[in-house]
Design a protein around this ligand. Structure first.
Ligand code: OOG
Ligand code: MG
Length: 261
């Protein structure tokens, strides 16, 4: 079988970002795309962003809740990168002209105080290495047509990462039980979904541990100072012009974004 050209598929996906236009899923064009090849495309895509002067602000998990797995039809968690350029300023304004078909979702956010490298990282190790936890809203924007993909496609596409608003209500990692900490996700003033941290594979800290262990397999680690998204505990909602989304957390205060189009 011909080897997968990671750099070429990374450029293909970056063109989708640049042109704000959806591209055909990679798995519709190849007989096979392994998970390893998908992460290699993701790594090549990161290199392209870094080559443009962007930096890594952290890392993320996706598809760590039943709500998200059911919505996307993908039943395994995925790992990706959070770019500095993707972090929204305090206004929470999302420029829709820069995106394809954005959706928004609440997030549990960890800010690390120490490096964390797998293998063998546990949820307890994550809490030990965490400086603070807070709430956020992630804006995801699959580069694929109809926001539709298979597991390797979404991995290659840096897990649909696009923008993220980080809440200012940070608390210490053991100041609250993250598994029972509640989130009410509102869109245009209506409750769209509710969840607790336990929706994230039982415990948001265990999700971050999985990410550290995944990176360990690739000779990488989570770095002190990074922002880590544990994944959305609810399904995502479309973000259109004028859409106002607000995530209200029992212990992190609230975070809001608005679509500007
Ligand atoms: C993949 C990204 C999922 C999450 O929090 O589950 C994600 C997608 O749904 O497009 O970020
Ligand atoms: Mg997410």
């Amino acid at each position: 079988m011909t080897p997968v050209d990671h750099a070429a598929w990374a450029s293909y996906l970056l063109a989708g970002v640049d042109d704000r236009s959806a591209v055909t899923a990679i798995t519709k064009q190849l007989d096979e795309l392994s998970i390893d090849d998908a992460y290699a495309i993701q790594a090549a895509l990161l290199e392209l962003h870094l080559g443009r002067g962007d930096t890594v602000a952290g890392a993320k998990l996706g598809l760590t809740s039943a709500a998200k797995q059911e919505q996307m039809g993908v039943t395994e968690p995925v790992y990706g990168w959070v770019l500095e350029s993707s972090v929204l300023d305090g206004s929470g304004e999302v420029e829709l002209g820069e995106l394809i078909h954005p959706r928004c979702e609440p997030e549990f956010v960890f800010v690390l105080g120490e490096d964390l490298g797998g293998p063998g990282v546990t949820g307890g190790d994550v809490l030990d290495a965490t400086e603070s936890v807070t709430g956020g809203i992630e804006v995801i924007d699959s580069r694929y047509e109809a926001f539709s993909f298979t597991l390797p496609d979404v991995i290659a596409d840096n897990t649909s990462a696009a923008r993220v608003a980080i809440g200012s209500g940070a608390i210490g990692p053991r100041d609250a039980d993250l598994t029972t900490l509640g989130c009410v996700f509102e869109v245009d003033g209506e409750v769209a979904a509710t969840a607790t941290g336990a929706a994230l594979l039982g415990d948001p800290a265990s999700c971050v541990a999985m990410l550290a262990n995944h990176l360990g397999k690739h000779g990488q680690s989570l770095q002190a100072g990074w922002t880590i998204l544990a994944g959305a505990p609810t399904d995502a909602k479309p973000l259109g012009a004028g859409t106002r989304a607000r995530a209200r957390y029992s212990h992190f205060g609230s975070v809001s974004i608005v679509g500007k189009g």
